[in-house]
Each structure stands twice: as C-alpha cells, then as structure tokens.
Design a protein around this ligand. Structure first.
Ligand SMILES: [Zn+2]
Ligand SMILES: [Zn+2]
Length: 332
C-alpha cells in the first residue's frame, strides 16, 4: 500500500502526499508584498499595458488590480478570492485577500496581504477632455423644433450611455439646429446613422484638413444631419383628408388615411414641407353605439355628433383631431 512520502500516513493521498502534508506544502495562491499601480487622478481609471480601464471609484480600481496580481497555483480549480481594502493614506492601500481553491479535489485556502502604492497620472480621456479635444462635429438640422428636441435628447442619451472616451467638449443651439463637438469620429458617424434610422432624412459628411501628426493628415469630420419635418405618428392634412405618417426614410414618407378607404401612399418628404401638421389627437367619449352607428362627444366643440364607424370596427377607443372648423375622428 502506498503511504505519504513525507510522514508515512495512509491514503487518501494527493500526488503521493497525505492531505495534511499537501496543505503544508502547497500554496494555492501568492501575491507580492508590495505592488504599485498607476491610476488616473480624476476618473480613477487603471493604467494597464496599452490602455486604461474604467472604474467607478478608486476602491474598484484597486480591487481589480489586486485580483489581477494574484498568482494562482497552476492546478487550482474553482478559485475564489475575497478582498478587504484599507486605505492607509492617499497613496497607499493595505489589502488582505482570502483565497480559496480546489487542488486535486482538496479544498485549500490562503490568506495573503499586500501593500499597494498608488501613482497618479491623467488618463488620455481626461486630458483630452480638459484640452477641449474633438475629432468631429455633428450638426443636427431640422425646421421643426419638436423633432430637433427629440434628436438632441437622443444624442445626449447616447453620450451618457457610452464609455467615457466618447464625450462632447462643446454643444449648443445654433441657427437652424444644434451642434455637438464630439471626441470620436466613429461614434459621431454611428449616432448620425441612428438619427436617420429614427427620423429619416440624410447625412452629409465632409472632411477638413486641420494639420499633420506623425506624417499623417489630421482630418476633422463634419456630419451634417438634415432631418425631415415630419415624423412617425404625425397627422397631416393632405388632399382634404387626414393621413397618419407610418414611416419615414431618407426621402420618402409613408402615409395612411385615417378614414375609409384607408388609402396608403408614399410621398416625397420635401413635398410635405408646406402641409399642415395637426396637433395631437384628443380622446373622445363614446355616448352610445349600436352596430356601426355611434353618438360621440366632440372634444373640441363639446357637441354630440352622429358618426359611423368603419366596417367591422371592433376597437375600443376613438380619438379626434381638429383642422380648421372640422373635427376628424380616428377609430383605433
Ligand atoms: Zn503526510
Ligand atoms: Zn481619467
């Protein structure tokens, strides 16, 4: 029978040692006693070879660095570490790490301690932001304020949800629209594309030579986004009838009449420029109804009116739009 090489104990053995001797001779993990890390003094990003990693706070940045610095026993499985951080002074942390892992089926633990020396620098994103850096300009243009507001909100929420290397150094209203100076050409291009997918219209991209760096031309890109003045869900008065916009693309809008025969048509967006856009519809109270004959309360005149629903209408809600002296009912 095989016995432990060290103490002669009987099995179970791990690589010819008993559990107790394995515990004594195997370290599941190790970490240097002193480590130094570089992090951004304004955003706590951690400098790693080639780039900076973003973190919400200094503790998170230090934790990541410590966990990344642990060397685990090669054959360790199901490894787990728990950290206790203590900041000794603005540039020093003491970190205790409890490590657990499985080594040939044997659960091993080790308690490590390390001291982290912090060096602060300014990351590329923060220094660019402070220096007013920008690569491109996004110009949003539309005649309709409501659409401009929606588009501007969309750009800001894109900025908010992106990583911090996508930022605006200057943004504001200009004649005919709104301009953004943006830190990334690639992101500016994708934002312009998203605006067009949502609102239709077109983008005009132009480049300006702003200098040379490392033997290459430095270009500044301008994305001129021209949005149409109608959007999905708008109601228009066209050919003496009310139509709803159900799609807008680059140059065309798709419309559907709100009353029989519910004709659909596709028209040039430019041709809609002078057409009246109606205010948002109001809810209509249905006073009574039998078959397709209804009594409705016109919310604009507060008069009861007789109306016929479309054939086979089985919706529950009627809305009304007003244009001139006429009320138009929408059977939804
Ligand atoms: Zn032994
Ligand atoms: Zn930073």
């Amino acid at each position: 029978m095989k016995v432990c090489l060290k103490c002669g104990a009987e099995p179970p053995l791990v690589s010819q040692l008993c559990h107790s001797c394995t515990r004594d001779s195997t370290k599941i993990s190790e970490i240097p006693k002193i480590l130094s890390m570089v992090c951004c003094k304004s955003c706590y990003s951690l400098k790693i070879p080639g780039t900076w990693l973003e973190f919400d706070d200094l503790d998170s940045s230090v934790s990541y660095f410590v966990e990344d610095s642990i060397s685990w026993q090669n054959e360790a499985k199901k490894i787990k570490s728990e950290l206790v951080l203590r900041q000794l002074d603005p540039q020093k942390y003491r970190v205790n790490v409890n490590c657990q892992g499985s080594y040939h089926g044997l659960d091993l633990t080790s308690d490590l301690e390390t001291e982290i020396k912090l060096k602060f620098q300014v990351c590329q994103t923060c220094s660019r932001q402070a220096g007013g850096y920008y690569e491109s300009i996004l110009q949003v243009r539309t005649k309709r304020k409501e659409i401009l507001d929606l588009a501007v909100d969309m750009v800001y929420s894109e900025l908010d949800s992106s990583s911090s290397d996508f930022f605006t150094t200057e943004a504001g209203a200009v004649r005919g629209g709104y301009d953004f100076q943006l830190s990334s050409t690639e992101k500016a291009r994708s934002v312009s594309r998203e605006l067009m997918i949502k609102f239709g219209g077109h983008v005009n991209e132009t480049n300006t030579l702003v200098g040379r760096k490392d033997g290459r031309d430095l270009l500044r890109h301008t994305f001129g986004v021209r949005l149409p003045n109608v959007k999905n869900g708008d109601y228009l008065f066209i050919e003496n009838k009310v139509s709803k916009v159900i799609g807008v693309n680059r140059r065309r809008a798709k419309l559907i009449q709100i009353s029989p025969p519910f004709r659909q048509q596709t028209v040039e967006v430019d041709g809609l420029r002078t057409l009246p856009i109606l205010d948002d519809p109001l809810d209509v109270q249905i006073v009574s109804g039998r078959g397709s004959e209804f009594l409705l309360l016109d919310p604009f005149t507060l008069q009861t009116v007789e109306a016929i629903s479309p054939k086979e209408w089985n919706g529950e809600c009627v809305k009304a739009l007003r244009y001139g002296n006429d009320t138009f009912f929408i059977w939804e």
